[in-house]
Ligand binder design. Sequence first.
Ligand code: NAD
Length: 393
Amino acid sequence: MTAKPHGPTKLRRTLPNHFQIPTTLIHLPSMIETQILAPDTIFGQIAEHQHEQVVFCHDHETGLKAIIGIHNTVLGPALGGTRMWHYASDMEALNDVLRLSRGMTYKAAISGLNLGGGKAVIIGDAATLKTEALLRKFGRFVKNLNGKYITAEDVNMTTKDMEYIRMETTHVAGLPESMGGSGDPSPVTAYGVYMGMKAAAKKAFGSESLTGKTIGVQGTGHVGTYLLEHLQKEGAKLLVTDYYPDRALDAANRFGATAVGLDDIYDQAMDIYSPCALGATLNDDTIPRLKARVVAGCANNQLKVENQHGPELVRRGIVYAPDFLINAGGLINVYSEVTGASRQGALTQTEKIYDFTLQVLAKAEEEGTHPQAAAIKQAKERIASVGRVKSTY
Ligand code: NAD
């Protein structure tokens, strides 16, 4: 690893005087992060991404309706969080779990982890439906998979929820540190995104230094905030936005950033755009508006249509750091819980994201493809080669 975070630099504190976030909330942020492409049948969807197993879980008493997607277990048990969301339809939930579990396979593979890809969704409004009984019932379904799937936290799930699931099965990761777990993965995720961003900057600008670069961070939640800390220390000029205006204002005050309106972020004169909120923000509407030369953020599934918007960024000379590669720090942290490694060990492994990103960007250029495709190809190659190793009893 050759990247060195720069020392603290005195920052120009910019008051959010042209803060333009609308005060009325129009719609809830959607976590359905990309297009539904798969054929509209259950097996059509499962076949599209070649999932190994999909488990539908139902319990009349607790109202549990959940789907566990196990994409690939060649490298190891399928590890991935459980998300609780009020999906508009069962097919939408299925699509989400299939797409997310596939992403976990690639994330683990490219990061050199001995893990497969899995994910689970619980269908329903977490505010009204989530109970101890429902979570423990879900835990029983996880237990029945005998370790083939290991669950963890995701959207609308807390460490407390993991404690309930843990009462029924040991196949849970991401537990609080007080329970011997690896704790909040967000700081490690943010560190990996920071490393990936520096690598992409090196490719685009010839230097990994972010000092003086204008960086727009979309989403000042867990990861976004930790990322802002790194960027502020290195002396970047920061723009922030968030669905909740007070969060953006807090971040602006804390990190000396300028807060901008939700939709205005795409039009800003910035060097780097960092999507840290939700997916599919790189699409037909937003890409033509981007002045940034680098895109590097933590959100999953940033490209609305991978094989359309990935090449479009290349055509426009924008360096894209593959999302599942640079946001792998959280998974690396959770993996440390499975292997017994320390948080420091997880950070050291996460630092390698800098080199991995440079390698993938070089490979994409060499092969005349876009970085996301190059990253997926690399992940698939590792799965195939390790699969051959395992073919001997
Ligand atoms: P979070 O919920 O803490 O933060 C997300 C923030 O984005 C929130 O403050 C939310 O208000 C804001 N937001 C939602 N819609 C928005 C919009 N349209 N414009 C601007 N802001 C908007 O989540 P997080 O844990 O920080 O994760 C952020 C993203 O990174 C998610 O896509 C998540 O799946 C992904 N991710 C997180 C981790 C992790 O370790 N937490 C790991 C890998 C990937």
